[in-house]
Structure formats: structure tokens, C-alpha cells
Design a protein around this ligand. Structure first.
Ligand code: ZN
Length: 247
């Protein structure tokens, strides 16, 4: 099976559209879209992003912003600027899209794969930012391939099947990562709509479960377009500016 793996769209329609266009331009054929949560929050087009996602064959997980919008998370746990957009989203999301978000699962197992937004042991909240947290999460499940989003940083944690050693790799765009069946992985495709690894381009990946290959991609999108929409809605300047830097 071939899966287009995306995460953290964050209501950034130009970025989401650019990812789909780029996949088409590269003739990437995929059977399904795996979306690892946070379709909404931060950005100005939550309805349009959900509507577009729903035109595709897909599985979509619940993220912390999705849950905050539907009232499943306390907004006081959010940064002030993030909370502002969550409340704006609550006021502007259509009832069918609100229901869609409410129905997102916390985790989806698929053969050797586990899909979650944040981490296997804390599917909505935990940030897997270092090897120690990654190791504890490997210990919390027996699944070989764990796909996560949430940090907005493309990364691959590998636990070697023989030595048990764990190392972390920052994958380069368009350089394939061969997944070995004797090892275990926690893989993050990065963020479509709000990258935070210093590269402002939208991130996504193509996973081929037959050849066991993970292929990361980056694509430019019209950042000015989304920024001007955010400005016209008086979104916090911090959220607008950070799109320029990918931080
Ligand atoms: Zn996010």
C-alpha cells in the first residue's frame, strides 16, 4: 500500500493544496492519505482544509488543536495566541465539520503501523523531541512502525532490532529512508501548514509499505497568501510571522 502521510495542516489551505499539487506533479500514486491530526488551529481556513481532506480517501487522527476546538481540551493549557485561533475556529467551523473533528480517533492501528498525533502513550499531548522520550514510547507498545506528528519537525527515531540501540535521524527531502523489518521506528513527516524545523516549506511524505520505503518531501507554497488572510482576520502577529521562518 502507498500512503500519503501528512500532519498538522493547521488550517493552512495554500500549503495543503501545494502538497497535493506537488504529489500530483511528481506522479506519486497513493491509495490513501494518512493525516496525523491538527487539521485546524493557527490558520485561517479550517473549513476549507477539512472539506478538501474529505474529498480524499483518508484516515485522520485527533490532534490537540482539533480536540480543543470541540471542547475536549482545556484552552488554558494553550499558548495565548493558539487559544485565540481555537476560539475563532469554534465560532467559524460549520456544524458538519465540528462533528467530523469530534469523531476523530485517538489512534489507528494498521498492520505493523500505529498512527497517533503525539505519542503512543499520550496520543494527544506528548512531544517526542528526544531519544529518551522516544525510547519510553517504544517500550509502551509492541508495534514496529509508529507514525506521529505534533512537533512539526520531520524526524526518524530508529531502534535497532539486534543491538537495541536507538538513534535519531533528520531525513533530507527527496532522500528515501529504507525501513528495515528487524528494527522499529517512530517517524514524523513534519507539518504541512506550520513547519518548525527552520525550513518554511510544507512537509509531507510518501510511505510504501510494500517496498518499506519512507520518502520525505518539501514544497514551497504561497506563504504571503495565508499571511494576508490571517492579517485580515486580526490573528496574532506571532503566528503570522513564524510562517516566514518555519519556527
Ligand atoms: Zn500541531
Amino acid at each position: 500500500m502507498r500512503c500519503l502521510v501528512i500532519s498538522d495542516i493547521h488550517a493552512n489551505l495554500p500549503a495543503f493544496q501545494a502538497v497535493l499539487d506537488d504529489a500530483k506533479a511528481r506522479s506519486l500514486h497513493y491509495d490513501i492519505v494518512w493525516c496525523l491530526g491538527d487539521v485546524v488551529g493557527y490558520g485561517p481556513e479550517p473549513n476549507e482544509c477539512i472539506d478538501l481532506l474529505r474529498t480524499l480517501p483518508h484516515v485522520c487522527l485527533a490532534g490537540n488543536h482539533d480536540w480543543a476546538v470541540v471542547g475536549k481540551l482545556d484552552l488554558r493549557t494553550f499558548h495565548e495566541s493558539a487559544a485565540y485561533v481555537v476560539e475563532w475556529t469554534q465560532a467559524n467551523l460549520t456544524p458538519p465539520n465540528m462533528n467530523y473533528l469530534r469523531a476523530r480517533p485517538e489512534q489507528v492501528p494498521h498492520d505493523d503501523f500505529l498512527l497517533v498525533h503525539a505519542s503512543p502513550r499520550e496520543p494527544i499531548w506528548e512531544y517526542i523531541t528526544d531519544v529518551n522520550v522516544a525510547d519510553e514510547n517504544f517500550d509502551s507498545t509492541s508495534v514496529s512502525f509508529i507514525l506521529v506528528g505534533h512537533t512539526h519537525v520531520p524526524v526518524v527515531f530508529v531502534k535497532d532490532g539486534r543491538s537495541g540501540n536507538l538513534h535519531v535521524a533528520l531525513p533530507s527531502a527527496s532522500v528515501p529512508v529504507a525501513l528495515k523489518h528487524e528494527s522499529r521506528y517512530i517517524i514524523n513527516p513534519g507539518s504541512v501548514g506550520q513547519p518548525r524545523d527552520g525550513d518554511p516549506r510544507a512537509a509531507y511524505a510518501l510511505l510504501d509499505t510494500i517496498t518499506s520505503t519512507w520518502m520525505p518531501y518539501r514544497v514551497e507554497y504561497p506563504i504571503r497568501e495565508v499571511q494576508s488572510r490571517m492579517r485580515s482576520l486580526h490573528f496574532p502577529a506571532r503566528l503570522i510571522e513564524r510562517l516566514d521562518y518555519g519556527r
